[in-house]
Design a protein around this ligand. Sequence first.
Ligand code: FAD
Ligand code: MLT
Ligand code: ZN
Length: 472
Amino acid sequence: MTDTSTLLTQLSALLGPRGLLTDAASLEPHLADWRALYRGATPCVVRPGSTAELAAAVKLCAAAGVPLVPQGGNTSMVGGATPDESGRQVVVSLARLNRVRDIDPMDMTMTCEAGVILKAAQDAAAAADCLFPLSLGAEGSATIGGVLSTNAGGNTTVRYGNARELMLGLEVVLPDGQVWNGLRRLRKDNTGYALRHLFVGAEGTLGFITAAVLRLFPRARESAVAFCAVRDEDAALALFRRFRDRDETAVRAFEYLSGEGVGFALKHIEGCLNPLAGRHDHYVLVDLASSRPEAGLRGLLEAVLEQAMDAGEVLDAALAESEAQKAAIWRIREEHPEAQKREGASVKNDVSVPVSKVPELIRRSSEACRALIPGVRPVPFGHLGDGNIHMNLEQPPDMDPAAFLARSHDIMDTVNAVVRDLGGSFSAEHGIGRLKTDMMEDWRGGPELALMQAIKAAVDPAGLMNPGKVLP
Ligand code: FAD
Ligand code: MLT
Ligand code: ZN
């Protein structure tokens, strides 16, 4: 087997100085995750400039028996893109595979390489008068390869689905260095097992996504945004139903926010202003959009809110009057993860339940966590329209952050007990990564996990792709 210094010499000859980082300062940003839960080590970061270069590098690493950790924007919430502490795992950054290869407004498809930043993909679609709808707080850093590998959801899932639903074809470098070109841009293609879907959500454990054919949509020609204070969680759900029943296709995003979370955003994020006169315990951000230029969304928004106010569900509402006001309202929502980070230590629970159970999820898990750790501050927020609430917990103000984080697993277990009772999932959109592997046996054990392990063994028999992630 090749030793590490021989492998580095081979990789250096293959990739050149732009394609291989070895000095400590260059490695640094690749070693820890966004939440600072993990800090690993790596002998080098491989940065291939093409699919062929990646394939050749993977062949060298496979021959040397060296494990590989794919990394996109490194915004994983579950430590999925971080190498372990052994110092043996090689980080492979897809950042230089950043070309939009093709946009076709007739087929409504776009072919992007894995390292294209999500925001750049949205902008490229917009420049072709189309919409690539995937949208999330980390879109300025997250990559197409990363969002597909985690099957990311985000703010527009309620209307357009998760990343999986936005993908038609893939190009993949397999763990032995073979390239599979599945970049078909077909709406119908029933030709055996849908292999492309194996790699979506696999979190880099089956191979490298190097490019993808993505679905495009007509761009929005009208939109309307409101920030509403609602009576309680039930009122938030009732308001969602009112909009959905009136015009399901108009609802682009429907996000729940708690008084605590909005308070953190107003406190910590420079320039964040309260759109309403006072403070409330529960809020909803509703975003309507249509590709029809005269869709009458403002009228729809006003009519539904008026009905909901008459019913006592909505207590107050601010309707955005300009694009700047829409952005300001969205900022309060999108800065939630950052504001929570600045407030102190927090434990995240990215969970989902049937939409109808969201109020019960929020109430019961908040109560159970308060009983577990007196003074803990529940900060539930997120994608109510998908039944996906970030049931996050902020440390009590006077508690030592390390002592609070030491209770992470107790807190997750407490929330997950409620989630299980409500027929939900312990991971809605962030994936498993390293953080939740120990929950897999309990939640997915039996034939489901056995099948996953069989697939892993078939595709990556040497176990070199992102070891220690997803599977226990
Ligand atoms: P990375 O973090 O680099 O990697 C994620 C996983 O994919 C890792 O397991 C990695 O090994 C693997 N991977 C990366 N690239 C490839 C590739 N080309 N081939 C194979 N495997 C690969 N997620 C949501 O779903 N919805 C949200 O609303 C949301 N909001 C977020 C807000 C913030 C502020 C942050 C920091 C994160 C948020 N996330 C959200 C987490 C989310 O998982 C990521 O933002 C995104 O999906 C990851 O993209 P990335 O390029 O950063 O991937
Ligand atoms: C978001 O929707 O902002 C993130 O997925 C949630 C989080 O930070 O927990
Ligand atoms: Zn989210």
